[in-house]
Design a binder for this molecule. Structure first.
Ligand SMILES: [Zn+2]
Length: 79
C-alpha cells in the first residue's frame, strides 16, 4: 500500500489518538482526507469499527488489548 506524506502525517495523528490526544479538529481533518483518499478511507473505516475512532462523547478508555492492536495496525501503516 502506498501512502504519501499527508497520509503518513494523518496516521501519526491517529497514533496520538490512541493515547487520548486527538482533538476534534484533527478528527475532522482526518475524515476530510479520508473522503478524498481511498487508501486512508479504508483504514479509517477499519479503525472506526475497531476502536470507535473519532466517535464523540464519553471518551471511554479503550481496553488495553484493543488499543494495542490498533496501535500495531497504525505502526504497520507507517512502517
Ligand atoms: Zn491518504
Amino acid at each position: 500500500m502506498k501512502m504519501d506524506e499527508e497520509c503518513r502525517q494523518l496516521f501519526a495523528d491517529v497514533e496520538a489518538y490512541l493515547d487520548g490526544e486527538l482533538d476534534d479538529h484533527a478528527c475532522r481533518r482526518l475524515e476530510q482526507h479520508a473522503a478524498a483518499c481511498a487508501t486512508c478511507a479504508r483504514e479509517v473505516e477499519h479503525l472506526r469499527r475497531t476502536i470507535g475512532m473519532c466517535r464523540k462523547a464519553g471518551q471511554a478508555q479503550l481496553p488495553d488489548d484493543v488499543r494495542a492492536r490498533a496501535r500495531a495496525a497504525v505502526r504497520r501503516l507507517l512502517a
